[in-house]
Structure formats: structure tokens, C-alpha cells
Design a protein around this ligand. Structure first.
Ligand code: ATP
Ligand code: ZN
Ligand code: MG
Ligand code: MG
Length: 471
């Protein structure tokens, strides 16, 4: 990819989140991730080109030096900052505008800095092998998978109902979504296959911004406002069917929709519990934190069934690594806030300390060391407080990241062989080679912490008002 010969016709709209817009190359397995900012500021950008470059470089550093060592290098692709011609970026923004979902258009794409993050396209691994069945990629934004410790929270409900489930009530009450999702992250992170299956079924039913499916690099299933959900599910089943021709639960050679969906979910559960491709082999299974912090009372999963076999997560799985990193938030926002205030006060008194404490980076090995070597006892120092704030911010990133599972049908060469008996084809389970990645690993700003506390209070109050009402 030559940066000085960029042509907007080689790129197309791929997707977006709250902070960035992503375009993908039509031939190469590459994406560009561009910053967004509020539409009100579209005339005067909130930062200079140099600041935007710094921000993206910080994202790369945070991902490669901090998150990668906590989550496991094999899952992470940090990418690189690129400087693009402004004319290319302007044309690109015009080109993609009409494809953007309306509900995301409160923000505009940054067309002033010319900076972007260039990453491998995780939805089209090996795009060059056009002759083969296109890969299926499933993106899951799992959110927080544990309940806070009772020591630090003021409201008892926070130790019983998980943040995601409470937040659902708040989002519906505020009109963000029409329906509540019945997905509960604690089920997904349980390591219990049945509970994980249950969780993924609810992600499919109500994907919101937590679930997407791509086929050959194109998004074929996601939350679309105002569309007919049952039609979407039918079209999903239509897409999936060719990948599961060899499933077990067939009636007269035809696989029922229920069986098809169940096979698909099972493949996904396997991928989430596997070591993520390279190095394979079953890692140790972890003893589940036995303090009863792994079940959410809002989950509809039948509690009676949990007694039987709560396996815990394999320690080399992507879910285990994400959960461990999320748990660096050991004090909850309520326990952390006083430490944030200690740092904030110190910075007001000694502004130059911002650099030494690495409040806004650089995100290097020293930063990682600060948060890993943080003592368990509060000695009253600003260093302790800053380290806890660093830990909290890293945990926030792990609560907001996405998992991308890429499934490539395997053993296709064999299938080309006409001599293969129909019998053998019929009873072979679907075989995929899978690879797992983690994306969206931006550092969360120091100043966002007071906002986090206010949001937490609003969500809890809303749940206490509406949550226990019958559905
Ligand atoms: P959020 O609102 O979740 O914080 P964000 O604004 O930080 O999102 P991303 O999640 O990084 O943005 O990217 C938006 C979407 O673009 C993702 O959900 C994913 O579907 C797609 N995407 C991002 N990076 C890649 C990649 N490397 N390969 C393929 N698709 C990607
Ligand atoms: Zn829950
Ligand atoms: Mg995201
Ligand atoms: Mg993000």
C-alpha cells in the first residue's frame, strides 16, 4: 500500500463504532481506522493534526506494549499510524457517508488530520484465495464478565446483577434500544458450554452493538434499526447452511434451522475455549473464583443447572485472558474514585507531575510495570493512587474490546475429490480452522473517570426503579 498513491475507489465502508470509522481495501486484506468527533465540531476539529497523530500513536503503543502483554500477543494486531493525502480522506468521507447508519451520524469522520490507523483486515484472512468458500468471521463485544466485590460497592444490587444487565434497562428507558438484550456476559465467561451456548443464542437474537457476522469480509448480520428481525435470522440461516452441510442432526438429508444454529453456536463456543490457533493444546483449567461472583441474578439461565459442572475457563483461552485483565478493576469505580481524586488534586498542585506519573502516556514498558508492580496496601502515596487508576483504565479497555473469531472451512481439497463417498461426506462434522483476535484496544482517558462514576450511579438507580418490575 503506497500512501502517496491512494485512490478512494480502492476502499469501501466497513463499519464503525463510537470513536472510529473503518474502511476496507477492496483487494488487500487491510483496513484503515479513522477517528471521529462530534458533528457540532465539524467546522473546527477538536485537535491539531499533530495531536491526532499522537493520539493514534498512543493507541498503537498502548495496544502493543500494554494490552498485548496482558491479553497475549497471539491475539493482538496493533497496526501502524499512516499519514494520508487530505484529498483522499475528503473523497473517502463523501463516498462512505450514505452507507453510515443514521444513529451513528451524530459524529463525523476526521478529514483534517490525514492520520489513520492501518490494520490487517480481520474479517478477510487470506482474501486472495478467492476460489475457496469465504471465511466466516464473528465479532463479539463481550463486556464485563464478573461482579464487583461487596467490599467496595454502596448498593447491594451491584453484587447480584451484572453491569451489562443493569445497563440494558437504562438503555431501553432512555430510548437507545427498543428491546432489552437477554445476553448476560457472566454466562459467556462461565466456561460452561451450556451457559455459553445460552449466551450466544441471546446475542444472535438481539445483537445490538455486541454481535456481528461477516462473510468474505462483508457484514451479513448485525443490529439494524427498524428492520424485521425474523427476516434477518432467516437470511443468516441461508448464509450459514452451506458451511454446515455435514452436521449430525439431519432429517431426510435436510438440517433443521434449530440444528443448524446449534451447530454454528457450538463451533463458536469451541473457538472461544480453544487456545486461539497457534500453539493449540489444552491449557490448564482454572478454578473458578469460588466466591459466588460468577452468576448474575438477571440471567434467565436456569440456576439449578449451574450446580452441575461449572468448569471454568481454560487458561490459554481468549475469554480467560480478557476476564483476567478486566479484573484489574479490583475496587469498582466507587472504590477507585477517591484514588482518582488524590491524583487529580496532586496534579492541580504539581502540574508537571503529569509526565512522571505517565497520566497520558507514554504507554511503554515503564507504564506496564507501574500497574503490574502496584502494591496491595494503600500507603497513601500518589504513586499508589496513580497505579490503581492505570489498572482501572486498562480494565476498562478490556471491558470494551471485541473478539473476532475467523472460521475458515478446512479440508476443501479433499471435497474436490469426486471419489469421496457420499456416506463419508454425510457424517463428517463441520471442520473449520479457526483463529481468534482481539480488537479495539484504545486507552481510555484519565478524565473519563468522573463520568464513569456518574453513569454508574444513574444505571444503578434506574435498575432499582425499573429492574425488578415484571417484564
Ligand atoms: P467502540 O464504539 O466499540 O469503542 P470503536 O469506535 O473504538 O468502537 P472499533 O471497534 O475499533 O471502533 O471499529 C469499529 C468496527 O470496525 C468494529 O466493530 C469492527 O466491526 C470493524 N473493525 C475494526 N477493526 C477491524 C479490523 N482490524 N479488521 C476488520 N474489521 C475491523
Ligand atoms: Zn448479567
Ligand atoms: Mg468497538
Ligand atoms: Mg473502542
Amino acid at each position: 500500500m503506497e500512501v502517496d498513491k491512494m485512490d478512494e475507489n480502492d476502499w469501501k465502508y466497513h463499519g464503525e463504532g463510537n470513536k472510529s470509522l473503518v474502511v476496507s481495501h477492496v483487494q488487500l486484506s487491510r483496513v484503515l481506522r479513522l477517528l471521529k468527533y462530534p458533528a457540532e465540531d465539524s467546522e473546527n476539529p477538536p485537535q491539531t493534526a499533530e495531536q491526532a497523530f499522537r493520539q493514534i500513536q498512543n493507541i498503537v503503543d498502548f495496544s502493543s506494549n500494554v494490552m498485548s502483554s496482558l491479553l497475549g500477543e497471539k491475539f493482538i494486531h496493533s497496526g501502524e499510524v499512516v499519514k494520508l493525502p487530505l484529498e483522499f480522506v475528503r473523497q473517502l468521507s463523501i463516498k462512505v457517508q450514505h452507507q453510515r447508519p443514521v444513529w451513528r451520524c451524530d459524529k463525523v469522520m476526521d478529514i483534517y488530520s490525514g492520520c489513520a490507523l492501518c490494520l490487517p483486515n480481520l474479517t478477510s484472512p487470506g482474501l486472495h484465495q478467492q476460489t475457496h468458500t469465504p471465511p466466516l468471521c464473528i465479532e463479539i463485544k463481550p463486556k464485563c464478565g464478573f461482579l464487583p466485590s461487596p467490599k467496595h460497592v454502596s448498593k447491594d444490587i451491584k453484587t447480584k446483577v451484572c453491569r451489562f444487565c443493569m445497563h440494558q434497562h437504562y438503555k431501553v428507558a432512555n430510548g437507545k434500544w427498543k428491546r432489552r438484550s437477554l445476553y448476560c456476559p457472566l454466562d459467556l465467561f462461565s466456561g460452561n458450554r451450556q451457559r455459553m451456548h445460552f449466551a450466544i443464542r441471546h446475542l444472535i437474537e438481539e445483537p445490538q452493538n455486541n454481535f456481528k457476522i461477516f462473510k468474505g469480509g462483508q457484514c451479513i448480520y448485525s443490529s439494524k434499526e427498524g428492520s424485521d428481525d425474523s427476516l434477518d435470522l432467516n437470511s443468516l440461516l441461508h448464509h450459514l447452511r452451506p458451511y454446515f452441510l455435514y452436521g449430525n442432526n439431519r432429517i431426510n438429508g435436510h438440517m433443521t434451522s434449530k440444528a443448524l444454529l446449534s451447530d454454528f453456536i457450538q463451533v463458536l463456543v469451541n473457538a472461544l475455549l480453544s487456545g486461539g490457533g497457534e500453539g493449540g493444546g489444552g491449557g490448564g483449567v482454572t478454578d473458578r473464583r469460588g466466591e459466588g461472583r460468577s452468576f448474575c441474578e438477571a440471567s434467565l439461565y436456569n440456576k439449578e443447572r449451574i450446580r452441575h459442572g461449572s468448569q471454568g475457563l481454560p487458561s490459554d483461552s481468549v475469554l480467560f485472558r480478557i476476564l483476567q485483565t478486566q479484573m484489574l478493576d479490583s475496587l469498582d469505580i466507587e472504590g477507585l474514585y477517591p484514588l482518582y481524586c488524590r491524583v487529580e488534586q496532586h496534579l492541580q498542585d504539581f502540574p508537571k507531575e503529569r509526565t512522571r506519573l505517565q497520566i497520558d502516556g507514554p504507554y511503554n514498558e515503564a507504564f506496564l510495570e507501574k500497574l503490574q508492580k502496584c502494591s496491595t496496601e494503600d500507603d497513601g502515596s500518589v504513586e499508589f493512587a496513580a497505579a490503581k487508576v492505570h489498572q482501572y483504565r486498562v480494565a476498562m479497555t478490556a471491558k470494551d474490546c471485541s473478539i473476532m473469531v475467523a472460521l475458515v472451512p478446512s479440508g476443501e481439497e479433499e471435497d474436490d475429490d469426486e471419489g469421496l463417498s457420499a456416506q463419508r461426506r454425510l457424517f463428517r462434522p463441520p471442520a473449520f480452522s479457526c483463529s481468534v483476535s482481539i480488537l479495539d484496544l484504545d486507552p481510555k482517558p484519565f478524565d473519563s473517570i468522573p463520568r464513569q462514576l456518574r453513569l454508574d450511579q444513574k444505571i444503578v438507580l434506574c435498575y432499582l426503579r425499573t429492574g425488578s418490575l415484571p417484564k
